[in-house]
Design a protein around this ligand. Structure first.
Ligand SMILES: O=P(O)(O)OC[C@H]1O[C@H](OP(=O)(O)OP(=O)(O)O)[C@H](O)[C@@H]1O
Ligand SMILES: O=c1cc[nH]c(=O)[nH]1
Ligand SMILES: [Mg+2]
Length: 211
């Protein structure tokens, strides 16, 4: 597994505002959207492209276009939905599959309640979106889902990660070179109830309200 931690003052600034408990949902949603756009620059560094001839007003030249089959974006419901628009804006030809996972707050195990992914992801490049990588249980479940269906290149885009969660993902995927995690910030630790510290609280609740 390859880990890329973004290192950019604009990203740090926006993450700081996200952390602020007084930031209201509309601002929180806007910042998540902006952060995805910034992280996507790194996350899509290895997006597959093919040569593509283009006619400019002056001549014919060779450029590139996103390869076929198109990449597939998988937001993990709920909180990952807040990252979807930002990602599809940059990759408009991508397809979107949905995975609904809810962490049992007692056991901290991820429970799958929705799955709308193509059965066959053979050879597909997948971008998994989830703002929070805490114990890693949810992300590991998502990575395993798409790998079992044949995906060959999985990039996870997260905002905050706990060191414990990164370690768990690393253990789960081993030294696979085609799984990577791009994250805005690696936080200090998990607390005794599995929340990221200093973190930003419950990302789903902050985006969409307490349910
Ligand atoms: O790394 P983990 O320990 O698995 O925790 C992280 C997961 O917890 C949150 O989702 P949650 O279960 O709160 O669902 P929600 O998005 O519907 O709020 C978050 O969005 C991740 O999916
Ligand atoms: O800190 C955390 C941990 C899991 N899920 C969240 O939304 N926040
Ligand atoms: Mg939540």
């Amino acid at each position: 597994m390859h880990l890329h931690v973004a290192n950019h003052p604009l990203i740090d600034h926006k993450v700081t505002v996200l952390r602020d408990a007084s930031t209201p949902s509309p601002t929180f949603r806007l910042l998540v959207d902006e952060l995805v756009t910034l992280l996507a620059y790194e996350a899509t560094r290895n997006v597959r492209v093919v040569d593509h001839e283009v006619t400019t007003p002056l001549t014919v030249t060779m450029g590139t276009k996103i390869a076929s089959p198109a990449p597939i974006i998988v937001p993990i419901l709920r909180a990952g939905l807040g990252m979807l628009d930002g990602m599809t804006r940059l990759l408009p030809s991508a397809e979107v599959g949905f995975l609904g996972l809810k962490r049992d707050e007692e056991t901290l195990k991820a429970i799958t309640y929705a799955n709308r992914l193509p059965e066959d992801l053979s050879g597909r490049q997948v971008f998994v979106l989830d703002p929070m990588l805490a114990t890693g249980g949810s992300l590991i479940a998502a990575i395993e889902y798409v790998l079992e269906r044949g995906a060959t290149d999985v990039t996870c885009v997260c905002l905050l990660a706990a060191p414990e969660g990164i370690e768990n993902v690393r253990k789960a995927v081993g030294d696979r070179a085609d799984v990577s995690v791009v994250v805005a910030c690696v936080d200090e630790k998990l607390n005794e109830v599995g929340y990221i510290v200093p973190g930003l609280g419950d990302a789903g609740d902050r985006l969409y309200g307490v349910v």
